[in-house]
Write a protein that binds this ligand. Structure first.
Ligand code: SAM
Ligand code: SF4
Length: 346
């Protein structure tokens, strides 16, 4: 296949996506990344959207083989922040000029419908910020209540579009059920983000192509493609981490295919490569998700080993990121950074 012709195409099919993911020639890979950067500029502009994450609980009822928070990991010290602590941190994030708050946790039923609604409502009282929930699979009626309380977005990664791999990595969950949650969340008006992990055992380039195509089929507002990183005290602690270059190629192809979806330069990528955030932003990404969970909790949110910035003081995070972003001629957005799809339908 001629790479220049391929990169000019408006739509890529599965074989073409697999071909691009398999590129090994450095010059051709650079052409792919440059094309993704150009598509990002056309559809998303030069602004980078910051999403402030609060990892408010590391308890989890699930047992995903890859994750350090899995319930069978008895070595991890567990914590839960109180709803008022969460609201206080959210207000600090808003005061730093960040207008999306991501509330993330393991699947932790300790927080009932009302407690989460209270957190959402209390944060919204302060400012016109967007709230993203990333709480795993919850009851459909809860999603509805939280939408009414003011939640805007839901992040729920499909992890892999290959149902056999999905079943092998999740004892109690099925891919089709995960996809039902995604469909329902979209139906009731959430902006929905999903995505995969790269470098899962037995994952092929065809599987990754299917991950990208699934994000297209579901017309997702946000799509995150991050490398798998082994987590201590899990069955996968000795597996190999995902490949940085394959992750960048995946993000680039995803940008070309998905066009106006938000794509983050993930913390997992920055963990494997100290320039990972910048490399990601140059490979199609337009979002960064800094962690504002306070100590002593942040070091206990060990989904994988040695998470980037985990030992840094979150107070300096905003200015550090701004410097990095401006060093490549981009700028930090001062808006909520809602879905481009939503904006174009208004
Ligand atoms: N519990 C919720 C869920 O699973 O949707 C939200 C929190 S969970 C920790 C967020 C994401 O972390 C998962 O969707 C998964 O992609 C990612 N993750 C978990 N373990 C990982 C690992 N070892 N390496 C890279 N990413 C991982
Ligand atoms: Fe729990 Fe999410 Fe980790 Fe799975 S990925 S074990 S649901 S925190």
């Amino acid at each position: 296949m001629d790479i220049n012709e391929l990169l000019k195409k408006e739509n890529l099919n599965r074989d073409e996506i697999v071909y691009l993911l398999g590129l090994s020639d450095e010059k051709e890979i650079n052409l792919l990344l440059e094309r993704a950067d150009e598509v990002r500029r056309i559809y998303c502009g030069d602004e980078v959207h910051l999403r402030g994450i609060i990892d408010f609980s590391n308890y989890c009822e699930q047992d995903c083989l890859y994750c350090g928070l899995r319930k069978s990991n008895k070595k991890l010290p567990r914590y839960r922040m109180t709803p008022d602590e969460v609201v206080e941190v959210a207000h600090k994030i808003i005061n730093k000029g960040i207008f999306t708050i991501v509330l993330q946790s393991g699947e932790d039923g300790y927080y009932d419908t009302d407690q989460i609604a209270y957190i959402i409502y209390s944060i919204k009282q302060k400012a016109d910020v967007a709230i993203t929930l990333s709480l795993g699979e919850r009851d459909f009626e809860e999603y509805r209540t939280w939408k009414i309380a003011g939640a805007d977005r839901y992040l729920i990664k499909h992890e892999t579009a290959n149902p056999k791999l999905y079943a092998a990595f999740h004892e109690n969950q099925k891919l089709n059920e995960r996809l039902e949650h995604i469909r329902f969340l979209k139906e009731i008006g959430y902006q929905v983000g999903s995505g995969n992990m790269i470098g899962l055992p037995n994952q092929t380039l065809e599987d990754i192509a299917d991950d990208i195509l699934l994000c297209k089929e579901y017309d997702l507002d946000m799509a995150a493609f991050g490398p798998f990183i082994p987590a201590p005290d899990t069955p996968w602690e000795n597996k190999k981490a995902g490949d940085v270059v394959l992750t960048l190629k995946t993000m680039a192809v995803a940008r070309i295919v998905l066009k106006d979806a938000h794509i983050p330069a993930t913390t997992a990528l920055a963990t494997l490569d100290e320039d990972g955030r910048i490399k990601g932003l140059k490979a199609g990404a337009n979002v960064v998700m800094p962690d504002f969970t306070p100590s002593p909790y942040r070091e206990k949110y060990q989904i994988y080993a040695d998470r980037r910035c985990v030992n840094d003081n979150p107070d300096y995070c905003r200015s550090c990121l701004q410097l990095q972003i401006e060093s490549i001629g981009r700028k930090v957005s001062s808006s909520r950074g809602d879905s481009f799809k939503l904006l174009s339908h208004k």
